[in-house]
Design a protein around this ligand. Sequence first.
Ligand SMILES: *[C@@H]1O[C@H](CO)[C@@H](O)[C@H](O)[C@H]1NC(C)=O
Ligand SMILES: *[C@@H]1O[C@H](CO)[C@@H](O)[C@H](O)[C@H]1NC(C)=O
Ligand SMILES: *[C@@H]1O[C@H](CO)[C@@H](O)[C@H](O)[C@H]1NC(C)=O
Ligand SMILES: *[C@@H]1O[C@H](CO)[C@@H](O)[C@H](O)[C@H]1NC(C)=O
Ligand SMILES: *[C@@H]1O[C@H](CO)[C@@H](O)[C@H](O)[C@H]1NC(C)=O
Ligand SMILES: *[C@@H]1O[C@H](CO)[C@@H](O)[C@H](O)[C@H]1NC(C)=O
Ligand SMILES: *[C@@H]1O[C@H](CO)[C@@H](O)[C@H](O)[C@H]1NC(C)=O
Ligand SMILES: *[C@@H]1O[C@H](CO)[C@@H](O)[C@H](O)[C@H]1NC(C)=O
Ligand SMILES: *[C@@H]1O[C@H](CO)[C@@H](O)[C@H](O)[C@H]1NC(C)=O
Ligand SMILES: *[C@@H]1O[C@H](CO)[C@@H](O)[C@H](O)[C@H]1NC(C)=O
Ligand SMILES: *[C@@H]1O[C@H](CO)[C@@H](O)[C@H](O)[C@H]1NC(C)=O
Ligand SMILES: *[C@@H]1O[C@H](CO)[C@@H](O)[C@H](O)[C@H]1NC(C)=O
Length: 829
Amino acid sequence: MWFLEFAFLTLSLVFTPGVGVHVSIDRGGSPPDSSKIDRIIAALTPEEKISLLHGANYAGSENYAGYLTGVPRLGIPPLQLADGEAGINGVQDATAIPSQINVAATWSRLMAKTAGHVTGLEARLLKAGISLAPRVNLLRDPFDGSSWQSYSEDAYLNAQLGAEAVRGIQAEGTMANTKQIGPSSSGASGGDTNSQVDLQYQELMNLTVRGDFGFKGIVMSDWGATHSTAPSIEAGLNWEMGSAAYYTTPLYDDVYLYHNLSEIYVDRSLRQIFSTYDRFGLIGQNRTALDMVPNPLPQSVIEQSAAISFDIASRSGVLLKNDDEVLPLSKDISKLAVIGPAAFQYNHGAGFAERAYGIPSRLKSPLEAIQQITGNDHILTSNGVDVHGSIIPADCLVQDNGQHGLLRTDSAGKTSVDSQINFSGESALLGNSSYHWAGFFKANETGYYRISLHRRFPHVGGGLNNSDYLGVFYVHSFTVNGTEFDGFRLLGDGGARPWSSPLAAPDGWDEVGTDVYLTAGLHNITVSVTKVFGDPVEVRLNWVTPTQREQNMRDAERIVSSVEVPVVFAHANSPADVGMQLIHGFDELITRIAAINPRTVVVLNNADPVLMPWLDQVSSVLWMGNPGQEGGRATASLLFGDRNPQGRLTITYPKSVNDTVTRNPKYPERMATKNGTAIFSEGINSAYRWYLATNTSVLFPFGYGLSYTSFKYSKLVIKKKSGSTFQVSVDIKNTGSRPGVEVPQIYIGPPEDAGSKFPGYQFAISTLVGFDDVYIMPGTTKTASFIISERQLSFWRQSDRTWVLAHGQRSVWVGTDAEKKVFVSYIEV
Ligand SMILES: *[C@@H]1O[C@H](CO)[C@@H](O)[C@H](O)[C@H]1NC(C)=O
Ligand SMILES: *[C@@H]1O[C@H](CO)[C@@H](O)[C@H](O)[C@H]1NC(C)=O
Ligand SMILES: *[C@@H]1O[C@H](CO)[C@@H](O)[C@H](O)[C@H]1NC(C)=O
Ligand SMILES: *[C@@H]1O[C@H](CO)[C@@H](O)[C@H](O)[C@H]1NC(C)=O
Ligand SMILES: *[C@@H]1O[C@H](CO)[C@@H](O)[C@H](O)[C@H]1NC(C)=O
Ligand SMILES: *[C@@H]1O[C@H](CO)[C@@H](O)[C@H](O)[C@H]1NC(C)=O
Ligand SMILES: *[C@@H]1O[C@H](CO)[C@@H](O)[C@H](O)[C@H]1NC(C)=O
Ligand SMILES: *[C@@H]1O[C@H](CO)[C@@H](O)[C@H](O)[C@H]1NC(C)=O
Ligand SMILES: *[C@@H]1O[C@H](CO)[C@@H](O)[C@H](O)[C@H]1NC(C)=O
Ligand SMILES: *[C@@H]1O[C@H](CO)[C@@H](O)[C@H](O)[C@H]1NC(C)=O
Ligand SMILES: *[C@@H]1O[C@H](CO)[C@@H](O)[C@H](O)[C@H]1NC(C)=O
Ligand SMILES: *[C@@H]1O[C@H](CO)[C@@H](O)[C@H](O)[C@H]1NC(C)=O
C-alpha cells in the first residue's frame, strides 16, 4: 500500500456478490434497493458527494491503509481498509496467516477459502470493512519481490484460488478487494499526469472491467495511482485512494463550479458504491468514530485462526528433494544439528507492512517446535550466518578531513560529527527530521561485509494509540562510492509496531542491510534515514566483517561432522533480497556443510525462486516459503513426519536468471526500460509455457512436489458432456505406507493445425485447466474428476470482444507437474 517505491498505475476491484466473470460470490443477500439509494443520492450535498469518492486521512484509523468518510446523517458509515494478503495489518494483534504463495502451494481451493474466512473474520472484528486482498496478479517476472503476496504464475490457478479467497472473506461480511488490474508502468509514478497511461486505463476499466467482466462493484485506484479527474471518473473509477489529489477540489470544481463535467458521473459512481454497501448491509448502520476502534481479538478467534494457519502452513510445504529418505526424521534422533538464523527466530519473510505481525505469544521459532516435537533439549545449534552483526566501531569510520567519525547533516542543514552511528535510549534521534551521514568506511580486510541499519521506536509497542505513529515512514539508503545498495531501500512503516523487517534483530530492532564485497582500504559511504514524521527513533549501523563471517561458518562446520543429520535453514526476504541468489552466504554455508555431512537437509524460507548451486550435494530440500506465525510448528511437523508434504510449486524454479522470460538477455524489451515500457513479446507462452516452448530445462517445474508416500495413476477416462464440455477422470492409488495428498493436474495443448486454422492467434503450448488435492489412504484408490469447460477451449477475439470455441483436435494430459505427463489423450472439440 505504501506508495513511494511501487507507485504503479494499478487499480483495485472490490467485488460485489454475484457479479463478475472470474469471481462469483456465494454470499446471499437481496439485490440493492435502488429507490433507497436514489433517495440517499438526492439528499447528499455536493460536498458530501465528493467526500464519498476519495480516501481520507483519519487520525484514528488504527494504522489501517485507508479510510473513507461516511455521511452519518444519512446512515452511510465510515469504512477502514486494511492490508493485507497475509493477515490484517493494524494496531491490534492479528493472526499472521501463511503468505499467499504458501496458500497457493496447497493447491487447495478449500485452504484458499479458509484463509479468506480468517482474513474476513479478523477484519470484521478489528473494525476494517474492507480487506485489501486477495492479489491475483500473475508472477510473470519470477523475482520482482512480489511472489510472497501472489498465488502463482498461472491464470487458472490464481482465478480458482482468488475466487475462493473472495468467497471466504465476503462470507464473513467483509468486502474483499481483488487486485490489481491495470497497466503497470514504472514511468507512471504517483502524481504524474500521463495521458497515454490514462487512455489505457480508461479502456481497461470501461471496456474490460465494466464491459467484459460486467463488474458492478467498486473500482479503486492504488494509493497514489490516480492521474486524472474527468477521464478517471468517466471511465468508472469510483475511489481515488491515498492522499487524494484529483477526486477532491478538482472534481468538485469541474462539476459544481465550472460545470464542465456532468454530475451524472458522480451519481453513477455513488450508485455503484451504495449498491455494494447495501449488499453488505452497511447502509443504515450509524457508526461513529468510536465504533471504528478495534478491541483485541477474542481468545477463541485467536485459537481458531492459529489452528487454521497451522493447517495451511503444513499443507504448503513442498518437498523438493529427498534422497535415501532422509526425511522424515526420526523423533528419537540422538544427534541433530540445527543451523541458520531463521531457525531460532520467528521469520516474517515478507517485507513491507502489508501483512499481519502475528499473535506475539504464538511466534515460535522452528527450533522451539523441533524441541517440543522431539522432547530433545540437546540439539546442537549454530547460526552459520549472522545477518545482524555488531555496531561498526569508531576507528573504522573516517571523515573527509581524516578525522574519526561521520559527518551528520539533518534536514534543517545542521551538521555535527558522530564517531559511530549508535543512537539509543537518551540519544535517540529526534522526530520530524531526516539524517544523512557521509564519510569513509575503512575496511581493514578484503571480502564480503554485511552492513545493516537497525532502528527501533523507543515508545512504540503493540496495541497502543497510534496517532503519534500514524504514517511514520522511512526511506533508508546506503551508498558506497555513489552506488546505492538495494537492501537498504526497504521501507518500513514502523507504524505502531516495534519492528517490520522480515527477520528482526534478536533484540527486537528492525533491520535492513546488504552484503557488499569490499577491498581493504577506504570507501566513500553515505547513510541516510529519511523520516517523514513521528516520534524519536533509535538507529545503529552494524557490520559483520569477513573474519567474523568465516568464523560463523566454521562454528557451523564444527558441529555437523558428529551429527546424523544437519538441518540448515536458509532464508531470503522479499522484496529486499531480490535476485535469484540466496544472499548472506547461505550458498557457501550449505555447500560447506554438505561437504562434511551429505545427509544435509535444507529448509528454504523464500518466496521468489532461488538457484540451488548445492542441490546435488544435499540429501533433502523442504520449501516452507513464508508460512506465517505457525510456520515453525508446521516446519517441524513436516520434518518429523507428523504431516506428509502435499505442497506443489506454483512458480517455476529456473536454472539460470538468463533462462527466465523477463531477464533473458535476448529479449531486453521485456523488462520496463527507462522509457517505462515493457513489451510482453513472449505472448501467451509465459511462465512454465516459456520453458516448454523453448525446450529449456528447469531446476523444478511448476506443479512439482514430492511426498513421503507414492502414488500410481490408472484409468484415464475422457467423456464428452453437453456442448463442448469434457469430463476427465483418473484413478490414483496410494502405493506407499502413509496417508497423503496427491495433486493431479490436467493440461491441454493447442488445437491441431492452429496456425493455419486460426491465423493471427497464438495458442499456448500448454495450459492448466484442472487440478485437485486428493487425500488418499495407503493401499486405497480414489477417482479424481475434472471438467474442461467450453470457455477453456475458447480463445478471445479482440475485434468483437468475444470468446470463440476453437474447434479441432486437442491433446489433453494428466501431469504431476507442468513437465511430467502421466497419460496423454486427445479430444475432438
Ligand atoms: C446517526 O447518528 C448521528 C449522531 O448521533 C445523528 O445525528 C444522526 O441523525 C444519525 N443518523 C441516522 C440515519 O440515524
Ligand atoms: C464507458 O464510457 C462511456 C463514456 O464515458 C460511458 O457512456 C459508458 O457507460 C461506459 N461503459 C461502461 C460499461 O461503464
Ligand atoms: C474544467 O475547467 C477548469 C477551469 O478551466 C479546468 O481546469 C478543468 O480541466 C476543466 N475540466 C474538464 C473536464 O474539462
Ligand atoms: C551504543 O550506545 C549505547 C548507549 O548510548 C552504549 O551503551 C553502547 O555501549 C554503545 N555501543 C557501542 C558498540 O559503542
Ligand atoms: C512532528 O510533526 C507532526 C506533524 O506535523 C507534529 O504533529 C508533531 O508535533 C511533530 N513532532 C515533533 C517532535 O516536532
Ligand atoms: C579489522 O578490524 C576489526 C574491528 O576492529 C577486527 O575485529 C578485525 O580483526 C580486523 N581484521 C584484520 C584483518 O585486521
Ligand atoms: C489512547 O488515547 C486516549 C485518548 O487520548 C487515552 O485516554 C488513552 O489513555 C490512550 N491509550 C494509550 C495506551 O496510550
Ligand atoms: C563521496 O561520494 C559522494 C556521492 O556519493 C560525493 O558527493 C562526495 O563528493 C564523495 N566524497 C569524496 C571525498 O570523494
Ligand atoms: C571506492 O573507491 C575507492 C577509491 O577509488 C576504491 O579504492 C574502492 O575500491 C572503491 N570501492 C568500491 C566498493 O568500489
Ligand atoms: C546472462 O547474460 C548476460 C548478458 O548476456 C551475461 O553477461 C551473463 O554472463 C549471463 N549469465 C549467466 C549466468 O549465464
Ligand atoms: C521503449 O523502449 C522499448 C525497448 O527499448 C522500445 O521497444 C519501445 O518502442 C520504446 N517505447 C517508446 C514509447 O519509446
Ligand atoms: C523443442 O523440442 C521439440 C521436440 O524435440 C522440437 O520439435 C522443437 O522444435 C524444439 N523447440 C525449440 C524452440 O527448440
